[in-house]
Write a protein that binds this ligand. Structure first.
Ligand code: ADP
Length: 426
Protein backbone atom coordinates (compact mmCIF):
# COMPACT_ATOMS: atom_id res chain seq x y z
CA UNK A 1 0.00 0.00 0.00
CA UNK A 2 1.28 3.45 -0.88
CA UNK A 3 1.60 6.35 1.48
CA UNK A 4 -1.43 8.51 2.28
CA UNK A 5 0.04 11.95 2.72
CA UNK A 6 3.04 13.22 0.77
CA UNK A 7 4.60 16.34 2.23
CA UNK A 8 7.07 18.84 0.81
CA UNK A 9 8.67 21.04 3.48
CA UNK A 10 10.70 24.12 2.61
CA UNK A 11 13.29 23.60 5.35
CA UNK A 12 14.71 20.90 7.57
CA UNK A 13 13.50 21.79 11.05
CA UNK A 14 10.10 22.72 9.61
CA UNK A 15 9.91 19.25 8.13
CA UNK A 16 10.55 17.70 11.53
CA UNK A 17 7.94 19.92 13.12
CA UNK A 18 5.36 18.74 10.57
CA UNK A 19 6.39 15.10 10.90
CA UNK A 20 6.11 15.36 14.66
CA UNK A 21 2.53 16.69 14.43
CA UNK A 22 1.52 13.90 12.06
CA UNK A 23 2.98 11.24 14.37
CA UNK A 24 1.13 12.71 17.32
CA UNK A 25 -2.09 12.46 15.32
CA UNK A 26 -1.46 8.76 14.68
CA UNK A 27 0.46 8.44 11.41
CA UNK A 28 3.74 6.56 11.06
CA UNK A 29 6.06 9.04 9.41
CA UNK A 30 9.39 8.97 7.59
CA UNK A 31 11.26 12.19 6.95
CA UNK A 32 13.57 12.18 3.95
CA UNK A 33 16.49 14.54 3.58
CA UNK A 34 16.16 15.97 0.09
CA UNK A 35 14.54 14.04 -2.76
CA UNK A 36 15.84 10.46 -2.95
CA UNK A 37 16.77 8.98 -6.30
CA UNK A 38 13.88 7.38 -8.16
CA UNK A 39 13.35 3.66 -7.73
CA UNK A 40 12.55 2.84 -4.12
CA UNK A 41 9.33 4.85 -3.75
CA UNK A 42 7.15 1.82 -3.09
CA UNK A 43 9.38 0.40 -0.38
CA UNK A 44 8.89 3.15 2.20
CA UNK A 45 6.88 1.77 5.09
CA UNK A 46 4.97 4.80 6.40
CA UNK A 47 1.58 6.50 6.34
CA UNK A 48 3.15 9.85 5.50
CA UNK A 49 6.46 10.91 4.01
CA UNK A 50 7.89 14.38 4.57
CA UNK A 51 10.58 15.45 2.11
CA UNK A 52 12.78 18.15 3.64
CA UNK A 53 14.05 20.65 1.10
CA UNK A 54 16.11 23.81 1.59
CA UNK A 55 13.88 25.93 -0.61
CA UNK A 56 12.63 28.70 1.66
CA UNK A 57 15.08 31.41 0.64
CA UNK A 58 16.66 30.14 -2.58
CA UNK A 59 15.67 31.78 -5.92
CA UNK A 60 12.01 31.00 -6.77
CA UNK A 61 12.94 28.99 -9.88
CA UNK A 62 15.15 26.69 -7.83
CA UNK A 63 12.45 26.26 -5.18
CA UNK A 64 9.91 25.33 -7.88
CA UNK A 65 12.30 22.86 -9.48
CA UNK A 66 13.11 21.11 -6.18
CA UNK A 67 9.44 21.04 -5.14
CA UNK A 68 8.39 19.49 -8.45
CA UNK A 69 11.08 16.82 -8.10
CA UNK A 70 9.73 16.07 -4.63
CA UNK A 71 6.21 15.91 -6.04
CA UNK A 72 7.25 13.45 -8.73
CA UNK A 73 8.80 11.19 -6.09
CA UNK A 74 5.74 11.39 -3.83
CA UNK A 75 3.37 10.60 -6.70
CA UNK A 76 5.47 7.57 -7.59
CA UNK A 77 4.97 6.52 -3.97
CA UNK A 78 1.20 6.82 -4.61
CA UNK A 79 0.65 9.70 -2.17
CA UNK A 80 -3.06 10.43 -2.09
CA UNK A 81 -2.80 14.05 -0.98
CA UNK A 82 0.07 16.54 -1.18
CA UNK A 83 0.92 18.95 1.66
CA UNK A 84 3.22 21.89 0.93
CA UNK A 85 4.61 23.01 4.30
CA UNK A 86 6.07 26.46 4.91
CA UNK A 87 6.93 28.50 7.97
CA UNK A 88 4.23 29.51 10.44
CA UNK A 89 5.37 33.11 9.97
CA UNK A 90 4.76 32.76 6.19
CA UNK A 91 8.43 33.58 5.47
CA UNK A 92 8.54 34.81 1.87
CA UNK A 93 9.07 37.86 -0.34
CA UNK A 94 7.09 39.25 -3.32
CA UNK A 95 9.33 37.00 -5.46
CA UNK A 96 8.24 33.91 -3.49
CA UNK A 97 8.66 31.24 -2.66
CA UNK A 98 5.26 30.29 -1.26
CA UNK A 99 3.23 31.59 -4.23
CA UNK A 100 5.36 30.24 -7.09
CA UNK A 101 5.76 26.80 -5.46
CA UNK A 102 2.02 26.59 -4.74
CA UNK A 103 1.17 27.45 -8.34
CA UNK A 104 3.67 25.02 -9.79
CA UNK A 105 2.30 22.21 -7.60
CA UNK A 106 -1.29 23.11 -8.60
CA UNK A 107 -0.35 23.01 -12.28
CA UNK A 108 1.45 19.71 -11.94
CA UNK A 109 -1.46 18.19 -10.03
CA UNK A 110 -4.02 19.65 -12.44
CA UNK A 111 -6.00 21.28 -9.66
CA UNK A 112 -7.63 24.71 -9.77
CA UNK A 113 -7.94 25.28 -6.01
CA UNK A 114 -6.02 25.04 -2.78
CA UNK A 115 -5.90 26.61 0.67
CA UNK A 116 -3.18 28.48 2.54
CA UNK A 117 -2.91 28.82 6.28
CA UNK A 118 0.20 29.14 8.46
CA UNK A 119 -1.96 29.02 11.63
CA UNK A 120 -0.58 26.94 14.51
CA UNK A 121 -2.37 28.10 17.68
CA UNK A 122 -0.33 25.83 19.97
CA UNK A 123 2.72 27.85 18.89
CA UNK A 124 0.97 31.20 19.07
CA UNK A 125 0.36 31.56 15.33
CA UNK A 126 -3.23 32.51 14.56
CA UNK A 127 -4.94 33.91 11.47
CA UNK A 128 -7.95 36.21 11.81
CA UNK A 129 -9.63 38.00 8.87
CA UNK A 130 -6.62 36.92 6.86
CA UNK A 131 -4.19 38.65 9.23
CA UNK A 132 -1.42 36.60 10.82
CA UNK A 133 -0.68 37.10 14.51
CA UNK A 134 2.53 36.00 16.21
CA UNK A 135 1.63 35.66 19.86
CA UNK A 136 -0.23 38.83 20.77
CA UNK A 137 0.99 41.01 17.93
CA UNK A 138 0.47 41.25 14.20
CA UNK A 139 3.15 39.61 12.06
CA UNK A 140 4.25 43.07 10.87
CA UNK A 141 4.87 44.13 14.48
CA UNK A 142 6.74 40.96 15.41
CA UNK A 143 10.48 40.35 15.15
CA UNK A 144 9.80 39.02 11.64
CA UNK A 145 9.68 42.57 10.28
CA UNK A 146 13.47 42.68 10.68
CA UNK A 147 14.22 39.22 9.29
CA UNK A 148 17.38 39.48 7.15
CA UNK A 149 16.10 37.36 4.24
CA UNK A 150 12.31 37.44 4.44
CA UNK A 151 11.22 40.60 6.28
CA UNK A 152 7.46 40.39 6.84
CA UNK A 153 6.05 43.93 6.92
CA UNK A 154 2.44 43.16 5.90
CA UNK A 155 0.25 40.94 8.10
CA UNK A 156 -2.55 40.57 5.56
CA UNK A 157 -1.81 37.19 4.00
CA UNK A 158 -4.26 37.77 1.15
CA UNK A 159 -2.24 40.75 -0.07
CA UNK A 160 1.07 39.03 0.72
CA UNK A 161 0.05 36.04 -1.39
CA UNK A 162 -1.45 38.15 -4.20
CA UNK A 163 1.96 39.71 -4.76
CA UNK A 164 3.46 36.25 -5.30
CA UNK A 165 0.97 34.54 -7.57
CA UNK A 166 -0.94 34.94 -10.81
CA UNK A 167 -3.97 33.22 -9.33
CA UNK A 168 -6.81 35.10 -7.70
CA UNK A 169 -6.58 34.85 -3.90
CA UNK A 170 -9.63 34.76 -1.64
CA UNK A 171 -10.36 34.39 2.06
CA UNK A 172 -12.30 31.86 4.12
CA UNK A 173 -12.85 33.82 7.26
CA UNK A 174 -13.51 32.87 10.81
CA UNK A 175 -17.29 33.12 10.64
CA UNK A 176 -17.28 30.34 8.02
CA UNK A 177 -14.61 28.20 9.73
CA UNK A 178 -16.54 28.40 13.02
CA UNK A 179 -19.61 26.88 11.32
CA UNK A 180 -17.84 23.66 10.40
CA UNK A 181 -16.57 21.54 7.55
CA UNK A 182 -19.70 21.79 5.40
CA UNK A 183 -19.76 25.57 5.55
CA UNK A 184 -16.07 25.63 4.59
CA UNK A 185 -16.76 23.34 1.65
CA UNK A 186 -19.63 25.56 0.46
CA UNK A 187 -17.37 28.57 0.67
CA UNK A 188 -14.68 26.70 -1.30
CA UNK A 189 -17.26 25.94 -4.00
CA UNK A 190 -18.30 29.61 -4.11
CA UNK A 191 -14.70 30.83 -4.35
CA UNK A 192 -13.99 28.33 -7.09
CA UNK A 193 -17.03 29.55 -9.02
CA UNK A 194 -15.65 33.10 -8.72
CA UNK A 195 -12.39 31.92 -10.24
CA UNK A 196 -10.32 32.11 -7.05
CA UNK A 197 -7.40 29.68 -7.05
CA UNK A 198 -6.11 29.98 -3.50
CA UNK A 199 -7.92 30.81 -0.27
CA UNK A 200 -6.23 32.03 2.87
CA UNK A 201 -8.06 30.42 5.79
CA UNK A 202 -8.58 31.84 9.28
CA UNK A 203 -7.82 29.64 12.29
CA UNK A 204 -7.48 30.82 15.87
CA UNK A 205 -7.84 27.49 17.68
CA UNK A 206 -7.08 23.81 17.24
CA UNK A 207 -10.80 23.25 16.70
CA UNK A 208 -10.67 25.57 13.71
CA UNK A 209 -7.80 23.53 12.25
CA UNK A 210 -9.68 20.28 12.87
CA UNK A 211 -12.77 21.60 11.06
CA UNK A 212 -10.63 22.87 8.21
CA UNK A 213 -8.76 19.56 7.91
CA UNK A 214 -12.05 17.67 7.65
CA UNK A 215 -13.23 20.07 4.93
CA UNK A 216 -10.16 19.68 2.69
CA UNK A 217 -10.00 15.89 2.55
CA UNK A 218 -10.76 15.82 -1.18
CA UNK A 219 -8.30 18.54 -2.23
CA UNK A 220 -5.28 17.10 -4.08
CA UNK A 221 -3.09 19.83 -2.55
CA UNK A 222 -3.09 21.70 0.74
CA UNK A 223 -0.57 24.36 1.73
CA UNK A 224 0.00 25.30 5.37
CA UNK A 225 2.38 25.62 8.29
CA UNK A 226 2.63 22.51 10.41
CA UNK A 227 -0.63 23.26 12.28
CA UNK A 228 -3.03 21.71 9.77
CA UNK A 229 -1.26 18.39 10.32
CA UNK A 230 -3.04 17.93 13.65
CA UNK A 231 -6.29 17.26 11.78
CA UNK A 232 -5.46 15.59 8.47
CA UNK A 233 -4.64 12.06 9.72
CA UNK A 234 -8.24 11.67 10.96
CA UNK A 235 -9.41 11.90 7.34
CA UNK A 236 -7.95 8.41 6.85
CA UNK A 237 -9.21 7.16 10.19
CA UNK A 238 -5.95 7.56 12.11
CA UNK A 239 -6.24 8.30 15.81
CA UNK A 240 -3.43 9.17 18.25
CA UNK A 241 -1.56 6.07 19.36
CA UNK A 242 1.80 5.26 20.88
CA UNK A 243 2.31 2.71 18.13
CA UNK A 244 2.70 5.50 15.56
CA UNK A 245 5.79 6.74 17.40
CA UNK A 246 7.33 3.31 17.91
CA UNK A 247 11.07 3.15 17.21
CA UNK A 248 13.35 0.11 17.18
CA UNK A 249 15.06 -0.70 20.53
CA UNK A 250 17.84 1.73 21.42
CA UNK A 251 21.29 0.86 22.73
CA UNK A 252 24.93 1.87 22.48
CA UNK A 253 26.78 4.85 23.92
CA UNK A 254 25.11 8.22 24.49
CA UNK A 255 26.40 11.64 23.47
CA UNK A 256 25.31 15.23 22.91
CA UNK A 257 26.86 17.52 20.31
CA UNK A 258 25.84 21.14 20.70
CA UNK A 259 26.73 23.94 18.29
CA UNK A 260 23.75 26.12 19.09
CA UNK A 261 24.39 29.46 20.77
CA UNK A 262 20.79 30.33 21.49
CA UNK A 263 19.41 31.13 24.92
CA UNK A 264 17.61 27.83 25.52
CA UNK A 265 20.67 25.77 24.55
CA UNK A 266 22.91 27.86 26.82
CA UNK A 267 20.62 26.95 29.71
CA UNK A 268 20.60 23.29 28.74
CA UNK A 269 24.40 23.13 28.61
CA UNK A 270 24.68 24.94 31.94
CA UNK A 271 22.22 22.55 33.53
CA UNK A 272 24.16 19.55 32.23
CA UNK A 273 27.45 20.97 33.57
CA UNK A 274 25.82 21.68 36.94
CA UNK A 275 24.95 18.00 37.16
CA UNK A 276 28.71 17.29 37.13
CA UNK A 277 28.53 15.29 33.92
CA UNK A 278 31.41 14.86 31.48
CA UNK A 279 31.66 17.70 28.98
CA UNK A 280 34.25 18.98 26.51
CA UNK A 281 34.23 22.58 25.32
CA UNK A 282 35.18 23.23 21.69
CA UNK A 283 36.85 26.63 21.40
CA UNK A 284 36.79 28.12 17.88
CA UNK A 285 39.95 30.15 18.59
CA UNK A 286 41.87 26.97 19.34
CA UNK A 287 40.63 25.39 16.11
CA UNK A 288 41.71 28.53 14.25
CA UNK A 289 45.13 28.33 15.93
CA UNK A 290 45.60 24.89 14.39
CA UNK A 291 45.02 22.66 17.44
CA UNK A 292 43.50 19.25 16.71
CA UNK A 293 40.39 19.93 18.75
CA UNK A 294 38.49 17.11 17.05
CA UNK A 295 41.01 14.57 18.27
CA UNK A 296 41.11 16.10 21.77
CA UNK A 297 37.32 15.91 22.02
CA UNK A 298 37.27 12.29 20.89
CA UNK A 299 40.04 11.26 23.30
CA UNK A 300 38.08 12.91 26.12
CA UNK A 301 34.82 11.31 25.03
CA UNK A 302 36.35 7.85 24.70
CA UNK A 303 37.33 7.82 28.37
CA UNK A 304 33.83 8.83 29.51
CA UNK A 305 31.42 7.15 27.10
CA UNK A 306 31.09 4.03 29.22
CA UNK A 307 29.51 5.96 32.10
CA UNK A 308 26.77 7.96 30.56
CA UNK A 309 26.14 10.73 28.12
CA UNK A 310 29.12 12.88 27.13
CA UNK A 311 28.59 16.44 25.98
CA UNK A 312 30.75 18.13 23.36
CA UNK A 313 29.77 21.78 22.93
CA UNK A 314 30.76 25.07 21.36
CA UNK A 315 27.77 26.73 22.98
CA UNK A 316 28.72 30.06 24.57
CA UNK A 317 26.92 33.12 25.86
CA UNK A 318 26.32 35.91 23.28
CA UNK A 319 29.26 38.09 24.45
CA UNK A 320 31.76 35.26 24.04
CA UNK A 321 30.35 34.44 20.61
CA UNK A 322 30.65 38.08 19.55
CA UNK A 323 34.29 38.17 20.67
CA UNK A 324 35.07 35.08 18.59
CA UNK A 325 33.16 36.48 15.63
CA UNK A 326 35.08 39.75 15.95
CA UNK A 327 38.37 37.85 15.76
CA UNK A 328 37.50 35.31 13.04
CA UNK A 329 34.48 36.75 11.23
CA UNK A 330 31.00 35.35 11.90
CA UNK A 331 30.81 33.13 8.79
CA UNK A 332 34.33 31.77 9.23
CA UNK A 333 33.78 31.05 12.95
CA UNK A 334 30.46 29.31 12.17
CA UNK A 335 31.97 27.20 9.40
CA UNK A 336 34.97 26.16 11.54
CA UNK A 337 32.73 25.10 14.41
CA UNK A 338 30.23 23.29 12.19
CA UNK A 339 32.96 21.28 10.46
CA UNK A 340 34.62 20.37 13.75
CA UNK A 341 31.38 19.32 15.46
CA UNK A 342 30.32 17.26 12.44
CA UNK A 343 33.63 15.39 12.48
CA UNK A 344 33.31 14.89 16.23
CA UNK A 345 29.82 13.45 15.77
CA UNK A 346 31.21 11.11 13.13
CA UNK A 347 34.04 10.05 15.47
CA UNK A 348 31.57 9.46 18.28
CA UNK A 349 29.45 7.20 16.08
CA UNK A 350 32.61 5.33 15.04
CA UNK A 351 33.28 4.83 18.76
CA UNK A 352 29.91 3.23 19.37
CA UNK A 353 27.58 6.14 20.07
CA UNK A 354 24.11 5.05 18.93
CA UNK A 355 22.02 7.55 20.90
CA UNK A 356 22.87 11.09 19.83
CA UNK A 357 21.40 14.49 20.70
CA UNK A 358 22.34 17.33 18.35
CA UNK A 359 21.58 20.94 19.30
CA UNK A 360 21.44 23.67 16.64
CA UNK A 361 19.69 23.86 13.27
CA UNK A 362 22.79 24.42 11.14
CA UNK A 363 24.78 22.04 13.32
CA UNK A 364 22.11 19.35 12.77
CA UNK A 365 22.33 19.80 9.00
CA UNK A 366 26.11 19.37 9.10
CA UNK A 367 25.91 16.27 11.34
CA UNK A 368 23.21 14.54 9.29
CA UNK A 369 25.22 15.16 6.14
CA UNK A 370 28.54 13.85 7.48
CA UNK A 371 26.83 10.73 8.89
CA UNK A 372 25.30 9.98 5.48
CA UNK A 373 21.76 9.91 6.88
CA UNK A 374 19.10 9.97 4.13
CA UNK A 375 15.96 9.43 6.13
CA UNK A 376 14.56 9.49 9.67
CA UNK A 377 11.71 7.52 11.19
CA UNK A 378 9.97 9.91 13.54
CA UNK A 379 9.43 8.69 17.09
CA UNK A 380 8.13 10.05 20.39
CA UNK A 381 8.26 13.74 21.24
CA UNK A 382 10.74 14.86 23.90
CA UNK A 383 9.59 18.48 24.08
CA UNK A 384 7.18 20.35 21.78
CA UNK A 385 8.46 20.08 18.21
CA UNK A 386 11.43 17.82 19.02
CA UNK A 387 11.03 14.07 18.49
CA UNK A 388 13.51 11.22 18.79
CA UNK A 389 14.20 9.67 15.40
CA UNK A 390 15.75 6.47 14.14
CA UNK A 391 18.11 6.62 11.18
CA UNK A 392 19.87 3.95 9.18
CA UNK A 393 23.62 4.51 9.03
CA UNK A 394 25.35 3.68 5.74
CA UNK A 395 26.59 0.38 7.27
CA UNK A 396 23.01 -0.58 8.13
CA UNK A 397 23.23 0.04 11.88
CA UNK A 398 20.47 2.05 13.56
CA UNK A 399 21.29 5.41 15.14
CA UNK A 400 18.77 7.06 17.46
CA UNK A 401 19.11 10.78 16.96
CA UNK A 402 17.28 13.95 17.92
CA UNK A 403 17.87 17.24 16.15
CA UNK A 404 16.95 20.18 18.34
CA UNK A 405 16.85 23.61 16.78
CA UNK A 406 18.17 26.46 18.93
CA UNK A 407 15.39 27.71 21.11
CA UNK A 408 13.50 24.44 21.59
CA UNK A 409 13.44 22.30 24.71
CA UNK A 410 13.30 22.81 28.48
CA UNK A 411 16.38 23.34 30.71
CA UNK A 412 16.86 19.60 31.37
CA UNK A 413 16.43 18.65 27.70
CA UNK A 414 19.69 16.67 27.47
CA UNK A 415 18.93 14.36 30.37
CA UNK A 416 15.19 14.26 29.70
CA UNK A 417 15.87 13.13 26.14
CA UNK A 418 17.78 10.00 27.17
CA UNK A 419 15.32 9.19 29.94
CA UNK A 420 12.44 9.33 27.48
CA UNK A 421 14.25 7.14 24.98
CA UNK A 422 14.89 4.53 27.69
CA UNK A 423 11.22 4.57 28.67
CA UNK A 424 9.85 4.44 25.15
CA UNK A 425 12.09 1.84 23.58
CA UNK A 426 12.78 -0.58 26.41
P1 ADP B 1 20.67 27.57 16.42
O1 ADP B 1 19.64 26.56 16.02
O2 ADP B 1 20.70 27.82 17.88
O3 ADP B 1 20.62 28.82 15.59
P2 ADP B 1 22.77 26.67 14.71
O4 ADP B 1 23.58 25.43 14.79
O5 ADP B 1 21.75 26.77 13.61
O6 ADP B 1 22.08 26.88 16.13
O7 ADP B 1 23.66 27.95 14.53
C1 ADP B 1 24.66 28.33 15.40
C2 ADP B 1 25.82 28.86 14.58
O8 ADP B 1 26.78 29.43 15.47
C3 ADP B 1 26.52 27.77 13.81
O9 ADP B 1 26.95 28.23 12.57
C4 ADP B 1 27.72 27.47 14.70
O10 ADP B 1 28.78 26.90 13.98
C5 ADP B 1 28.05 28.83 15.25
N1 ADP B 1 28.75 28.74 16.54
C6 ADP B 1 28.58 27.79 17.47
N2 ADP B 1 29.36 28.02 18.54
C7 ADP B 1 30.06 29.14 18.28
C8 ADP B 1 31.02 29.89 19.01
N3 ADP B 1 31.45 29.51 20.23
N4 ADP B 1 31.52 31.01 18.44
C9 ADP B 1 31.09 31.40 17.22
N5 ADP B 1 30.18 30.75 16.48
C10 ADP B 1 29.66 29.62 17.00
Amino acid sequence: MGIRLGCIADDFTGATDLANNLVRAGMRVVQLIDVPPAGAEQTVDADAVVIALKSRTVPAGDAVEASLRALTWLRSADAEQIYFKYCSTFDSTPAGNIGPVTEALMDALGTDFTIATPAFPDNGRTVFKGHLFVGDVLLSESGMRHHPLTPMTDSNLVTVLRAQTERAVGLIDHTVVAEGAEAIQSRIAALRAQGRGIAVVDAVSNDDLLRLAAAVRELPLVTAGSGLAIGLPANWGFTPSRAAAQLPPAGGHRAIVSGSVSVATNQQVLQFLRGGRPAFSVDPLRIAAGEDVVDQALVFAESHLADGPVLVYSTEAPEAVRTVQGRLGAAEAGALVERALARIAQGLVERGVRRLVVAGGETSGAVVQVLGIRGLRIGPQIDPGVPWCAAALPDGDTLHITLKSGNFGGPDFFTDAFALLDRETS
